[in-house]
Design a protein. Structure first.
Length: 259
């Protein structure tokens, strides 16, 4: 029962993590404009992995997708790749995990096959969670670097100061989703141990005859009768074996030969 509960809970937690990764990747608020020095502004800017948006004070929002790939920074493209890989692995892990659930019987699938599928889905969830956490952390590091560079330029009194950006809500969603996928994968790996069937080890026992040591040899099987043993016991000092005829038969003397 505990194995089934651990497996189902791992499936639910991993499903929430994969759904959170999808939502985080599709969100536009990966980076938002810092309003610390300018709390009242007519324009509010925020950016995502796929487009940048501008929201005016009137409530009108305009978004513009990134039309080029080569013009984007390499780290930005790496974050995209990590999030996509995490989503793909998470979806594949969910498909494998559905067929590996112990409470679902499909044909004559054995517990050993379900254990292997559970372990595979758990590894996929762990890798997907690590990809999501790594991608969000790399993007957060880029924001921190650009933020302090913009702050240093501001204190130096340089003109044409770029807009500073800070953490958006998508980063926190991505961190939580990656953590859920990681925890769900670990729970699936733990549930795999309970699904492995126990192997029974049989010890070989040798049986010996109680009276005498009997050795068996391989060879042609010879059928014998008790007549030969009886005849050997009857042989004595005055016993002579009857002569054989030409066809191999023994000829015994009759009562007329003694007359």
């Amino acid at each position: 029962m505990s194995t089934t509960v651990c497996q189902v809970m791992g499936f639910i937690v991993s499903s929430l993590g994969v759904a959170g990764c999808i939502v985080s990747t599709a969100m536009d608020m990966w980076s938002t404009q810092d309003l610390y020095d300018n709390p009242v502004t007519a324009v509010f800017q925020y950016q995502g992995l796929w487009r940048s948006c501008v929201r005016q004070s009137s409530g009108f929002t305009e978004c513009r997708p990134y039309f080029t790939i080569l013009g984007l920074p390499a780290m930005f493209q790496a974050v995209r790749a990590l999030m996509i890989v995490g989503i793909v692995l998470g979806i594949l892990g969910l498909l494998v995990c559905i067929f590996a659930l112990k409470c679902i019987r499909i044909g004559g699938m054995e517990d050993a096959a379900k254990a292997n599928m559970t372990l595979t889905s758990g590894i996929m969830f762990i890798v997907a969670g690590l990809c999501a956490i790594t991608g969000v952390s790399v993007f957060a590091n880029m924001l921190v670097t650009n933020f302090w560079m913009s702050t240093a330029n501001m204190y130096q009194g340089m003109q044409n100061i770029q807009t500073r950006y800070t953490f958006g809500s998508a980063l926190f969603v991505g961190w939580v989703a990656g953590g859920l996928a990681l925890v769900g994968g670990i729970m699936m790996c733990l549930a795999c141990r309970g699904l492995i069937p126990e192997e029974s080890h049989y010890k070989a026992v040798s049986y010996n005859a109680s009276g005498r040591n009997i050795s068996y040899r391989t060879g042609p099987y010879k059928v014998g009768s008790g007549y030969e043993a009886e005849m050997k016991t009857r042989k004595g000092a005055g016993y002579e074996e009857a002569p054989r005829s030409e066809d191999g038969r023994r000829s015994y003397p009759s009562k007329y030969d003694y007359v």
